[in-house]
Write a protein that binds this ligand. Structure first.
Ligand SMILES: [Ca+2]
Ligand SMILES: [Ca+2]
Ligand SMILES: [Ca+2]
Ligand SMILES: [Ca+2]
Length: 313
């Protein structure tokens, strides 16, 4: 009897028919059914995971109303850290720590509007089996089978699943929970559910694993770039060129914009991509006499520095 129970753990081949045949110990994440910022019609409930020798199986119970389900899989090397840049299901979601390599997505409970893709440039559709069916109380059940041969036999899997709105929109619910989800504004996911599916390193997925026991949440500290130094030389200028020096704690793109002394926006001066330390020159001969404010902003708005500048004749 014990032998039979052990065999029933993983190496469980899910039948892709829209009926939920995952076992209770194949619950990968149990989310609260009342933590969505957009109400009960857009809720993630349960994420299931199991595998057999040849396929990874993922299941999801959720409710959804004119929004999207996105299940991101980090399988190892490479991947993306910004879902805004995708050519398929782009969303205002970035990732810190894990870098997802594959995405299962669908729109409004309709898998024929979604599918499974590799997150390269461009994204590449994968062959998979999937069924998505309405179940009771306005809920849906999704089950997907992805062959290991097409995702390169991962060792460590890190997964997050989200409900988002339309293209470039934000998220209202994540499983596992992530504190950057607020139902508005940009999201930076840094909590993922992780499982080692090949803990004996034999390059084959392990049998006899209780997914529910083996899975754990991992969180990665979000590191925001901030300014070490911003310097104008000179700050009071009679000539044509001002030397501007910027130093950041982390690489970031920087926007430099000009305001009058009352804080009214005048124009963007520079947009500098992916810098850590740089010096450049601003030709001020077209600027009238007066007092100005120059604002330096990192690309994610995490750090802002204002410098006064005076133009004299
Ligand atoms: Ca099934
Ligand atoms: Ca939820
Ligand atoms: Ca990755
Ligand atoms: Ca949640």
């Amino acid at each position: 009897m014990l032998y039979f129970l052990l065999l029933s753990l993983t190496y469980h081949s899910i039948i892709i028919d829209g009926a939920n045949d995952f076992n209770s110990d194949e619950i990968f994440v149990q989310d609260r059914n009342n933590d969505s910022y957009w109400g009960k019609d857009n809720e993630l409930d349960t994420l299931y995971l199991t595998w057999d020798r040849n396929n990874l199986y993922i299941g999801c119970v959720y409710s959804l109303n004119n929004n999207a389900i996105l299940i991101f899989l980090d399988t190892g090397e490479g991947g993306i850290d910004n879902a805004n840049l995708l050519d398929w299901y782009p969303r205002d979601v970035r990732f810190s720590g894990a870098k997802p390599d594959y995405l299962i997505a669908l729109w409004n409970g309709n898998l024929s509007l979604g599918g499974v893709r590799k997150l390269s440039k461009p994204t590449i559709p994968l062959s998979y089996q999937g069924e998505n069916k309405a179940i009771s109380n306005g809920k849906y059940f999704l089950e997907v089978s992805i062959p290991f041969s097409s995702i390169g036999k991962p060792k460590i899997l890190r997964i997050t699943s989200l409900i988002c709105g339309g293209d470039y929109s934000t998220s209202c619910d994540a499983m596992p929970d992530d504190k950057s989800i607020r139902g508005e504004g940009s999201v930076i996911i840094n909590t993922f559910r992780e499982i080692n599916i090949d803990s004996d390193d034999d390059n084959e997925p392990d049998s006899s694993v209780s997914v529910n026991n083996a899975a754990k949440d991992v969180s990665y500290e979000v590191i925001f770039p901030s300014f070490n130094l911003v310097k104008l030389e000179p700050e009071v200028c009679r000539g044509n060129d001002v030397e501007i020096t910027i130093s950041l704690t982390e690489k970031s793109s920087v926007n430099v914009s000009l305001f009058n002394e009352n804080g009214r926006f005048l124009k963007n001066l520079f947009y500098i991509q992916d810098v850590k330390d740089t010096t450049f020159y601003w030709d001020v001969k077209g600027i009238d006499e007066g007092v100005y404010i120059i604002k330096f902003t990192t690309s994610d708005n995490s750090s802002i520095i204002k410098k006064a500048f005076v133009r004299i004749k």
